[in-house]
Design a protein around this ligand. Structure first.
Ligand code: SAM
Length: 335
């Protein structure tokens, strides 16, 4: 029996944040330089996460994405992913990364079961990259992306968070870059996660505006409903616009604030780095799996009960449009 929530959404996907730590300080995510990381003991050990994943897979949650913080800063993340890949039933593993540490790890990540790779890249200009991420590492990120392309991941997506006044004039350049690198490109509206101050009327750029820019330059967009993955993006191609490898360029739009139907296809829950299950990124509910997990006689039945409670607690819609006040940093929840 597939797992479904109250609104009959099938839930078969879990994002796992393996760390709240990050080697960047993106303005919209970790805006403050002085960051107090969670104490190590609060973070789930990899053995604990694997146990949770086994329980999840037994319930029908068979697709996973590893994220953070920056997942590649955590030591032994590659063998952990290898362990995840060995769990019976696990059908898909993705990784979201800023790619700055990816180059030396790309082949091993692929060999250990990562299929889908999402690389966050908001700008192609070194000075802007340094200003947005507060670290001058564009070169490393592009090297990481190239290493990933060479390692043969079946799917690589580039994620660009839209920021008026910071990268809004790079939309068309980013399209050329994605074509050149033969990767899927996704434009993401900024969301009020981490702190409220990151999102203002002045710096918000809606995905509809990007669509208009793309149409004006390249012509009509063709909807590609068949490309709907596990994420909330809606995908389009542009007739005649192909990647260097000959495949059509796929462009995704994640309109968390402007797309009214954003939550209708949601199939996921999140495991935070400190062991909370969250039914939704954009509402406060979370369920304390770690407390149950760390009881000396914790049974899988007890863990399953927390999963069921979490899925029952999935809201119909996120609350981002309702003056949402985030309670936790995105890095701890997992982007
Ligand atoms: N460090 C990894 C990375 O950079 O991809 C993984 C974690 S990061 C939190 C995951 C994704 O969340 C990134 O693509 C990032 O751009 C996105 N993100 C973080 N804060 C955001 C915000 N306020 N609005 C929209 N996307 C955000």
């Amino acid at each position: 029996m597939p797992l479904t929530d109250r609104f009959n959404h099938r839930v078969d996907y879990m994002r796992i944040s393996v760390t709240d730590r990050c080697n960047e300080r993106c303005l919209y995510c970790l805006p403050h330089e002085q960051v107090a990381w969670l104490p190590r003991g609060e973070i789930l050990a990899f053995e604990e996460i694997l146990r949770v994943a086994r329980v999840a897979a037994g319930l029908g949650i068979v697709k996973f994405r590893i994220t953070g913080g920056e997942p590649l800063v955590r030591r032994d993340v590659v063998p952990f992913i290898g362990g995840l890949n060995e769990i019976p039933g696990v059908s898909d593993i993705g990784l979201t990364t800023n790619a700055t540490l990816l180059a030396p790890l790309a082949e091993r990540l692929r060999a250990n079961g990562v299929r889908r790779l999402n690389v966050s890249m908001d700008t192609l200009r070194p000075d802007r990259y340094a200003a947005i991420s507060q670290r001058a590492m564009l070169r490393e990120a592009v090297e990481g992306l190239d290493a990933a392309r060479a390692a043969g991941f079946p799917q690589i997506k580039l994620n660009m968070v839209l920021m008026r006044g910071k990268n809004d004039d790079e939309v068309l350049e980013m399209i050329e870059f994605a074509r050149e690198k033969s990767v899927v490109l996704r434009f993401i509206e900024m969301m009020p996660v981490s702190t409220t101050e990151v999102l203002t009327e002045a710096n918000f750029m809606p995905v509809g505006e990007v669509m208009r820019l793309v149409r004006a330059r390249h012509g009509e967009l063709a909807s590609e409903p068949g490309c709907q993955g596990n994420g909330p993006a809606t995908y389009y191609t542009v007739p005649g616009l192909a990647c260097r490898d000959g495949r059509p360029l796929l462009i995704g739009f994640i309109g968390a604030l402007t797309n009214r139907h954003f939550c209708e296809t949601c199939n996921k829950i999140r495991l935070t780095s400190d062991g909370k299950l969250r039914p939704c990124l954009g509402s406060h509910g979370e369920f304390d799996l770690k407390r149950v997990l760390r009881q000396p006689d914790a049974t899988d039945t007890a863990l399953r009960a927390v999963f069921m409670e979490t899925i029952a607690g999935k809201p119909e819609q996120h609350e981002f449009r309702d003056n949402y006040q985030p309670g936790r940093r995105m890095t701890a929840i997992g982007g």
